[in-house]
Design a protein. Structure first.
Lengths: 83, 338
């Protein structure tokens, strides 16, 4: 996965700002969402993202995967990330 | 794990204004909460080959103290350092700046989104190819008529054919191209035709909204400003065309005027900076206040000064006066350091 061409992300103290500069839309995501986006930015695939988050956060891998899939699906629907 | 996402339109960054939805989303995330601006509007130079009656900057001649190439590139370096995601460059006419491509290349080589706003009169094949290579966010061409008459009446010495050719050339090279149209008494009736033209050219987006009462436009207000009836018809056509081209071409319009904008801004300033050619930073286009000088202070320092300036009693007082008497908008280019 990767960010779409005009999508930029930046960490702030209140979360991560996701700025789709073509449509000039901004999204604010939580710290966890920001961590996922950083991994997407690095070109990681879904399984790699889940692996990384499972090793960094408490919780069942299955539950983490469900959250990641829901989150990345929402980002895809908003044209912020693509496969 | 609790991943939360919220999304709202932030068109106020470049077309700032009141947005109730946005206000609720960003509650608790005031502009002071941002470590640096999210957007820089940079007037690279003041020189312009045209003398547009509705110019909001009174562009024409160069300023004697414009930033040098070295200063401009140092500013670019700081934009990168502060992780600012999006920059829009205008002028004057930015294509007349000798280091325009040095600046564009620096910004794009650091993967910052970049938009250029130009009158389109200097876009030859070579320029279009270079913009294509830079993978710009967009190049925006000012086109103030569906035909040459209105465009050239408003944009003194302007050449409608050149502006249209610039669109065709850029699109031919695969550059994301936009058109901006400012309605005045001279051209407001052409809104439907120009949207049709924009679509036939294959542009990505079409921008319009009420003319801003600042700069030369403020001085020519009485001869340029459309009546309420003309605006009503304009917005009716705009709405119909937006529906007609839904999913085919983006049509953006900003429904608020400068006074509404200022009232909102006083309460909720944006996370953006407006840099003028000499490196000074304006609080916002319609107000005369300067809150920093990038030739003397760092971008980080200017960002902090910008935040403080919005809370300065003189700014609050003057803004309230402008809201009560919009004729004071004529003062927008009589700069006051704050």
């Amino acid at each position: 996965m990767r960010l779409t061409e005009h999508t930029k992300i930046r960490k702030e103290k209140f979360g991560t700002v996701v700025f789709e500069t073509l449509t000039e839309k901004i999204f604010v995501v939580s710290e966890h969402g920001g961590d996922i986006l950083e991994l997407v930015k690095d070109g990681k695939e879904l399984s790699e993202i889940v692996d990384e988050l499972s090793s960094n956060y408490d919780g069942e891998r299955e539950a983490i995967e469900k959250d990641v899939v829901e989150f990345t699906d929402a980002l895809k629907a908003s044209n912020l990330i693509i496969e | 794990m609790g991943v939360i996402s919220e999304g709202k339109n932030l068109s106020r960054l470049t077309n700032p204004g009141p947005d109730e939805e946005l206000r609720s989303v960003l509650e608790g995330k005031a502009f002071e909460d941002y470590k640096s601006p999210l957007f820089i509007a940079w007037q690279l130079n003041a020189e312009c080959n045209l003398g547009c009656l509705h110019c909001c900057e009174e562009a024409g001649h160069s300023m004697p103290d414009e930033m040098s190439k070295e200063q401009a590139l140092d500013f670019c370096r700081q934009i990168v350092e502060l992780d600012i995601p999006y920059v829009a460059i205008s002028g004057g006419e930015p294509m007349l700046c000798p280091h325009i491509f040095d600046v564009c290349e620096y910004i794009r080589s650091n993967d910052i989104s970049l938009k250029i706003e130009t009158n389109g009169e200097f876009i030859d094949d070579e320029v279009a190819r270079r913009f294509a290579d830079l993978k710009m966010r967009s190049v925006q061409i000012s086109l103030d008529g569906a035909t040459s008459g209105a465009h050239e009446q408003l944009r003194l010495a302007g050449d409608w054919e050149k502006a249209v050719e610039a669109c065709k050339r850029l699109i031919g090279y695969g550059v994301n191209t936009e058109i901006v149209f400012v309605p005045t008494k001279f051209n407001i009736h052409e809104i439907g035709d120009i949207i049709d033209l924009a679509y036939s050219l294959g542009v990505y987006g079409f921008y319009t909204g009420k003319m801003m009462r600042i700069g030369r436009a403020a001085k020519n207000w009485d001869i340029l400003c459309s009546t309420e009836e003309e605006y009503a018809k304009f917005f009716e056509t705009l709405q119909a065309k937006t529906k007609e081209y839904e999913g085919k071409m983006k049509i953006y319009h900003y429904p608020y005027d400068v006074v509404e904008e200022l009232k909102y801004r006083l309460e909720c300033p944006s996370a953006s900076l407006l840099v003028i050619p000499n490196g000074k930073v304006k609080l916002i286009g319609p107000l005369p206040f300067l809150c920093g000088d990038l030739t003397k202070s760092s971008l980080q320092e200017v960002w902090e000064d910008y935040q403080k300036a919005w809370r300065h009693p003189d700014v609050i007082d003057f803004t309230n006066k402008v809201v009560a008497d919009p004729k004071l908008l004529c003062e927008s280019n009589n700069w006051i350091e704050i």
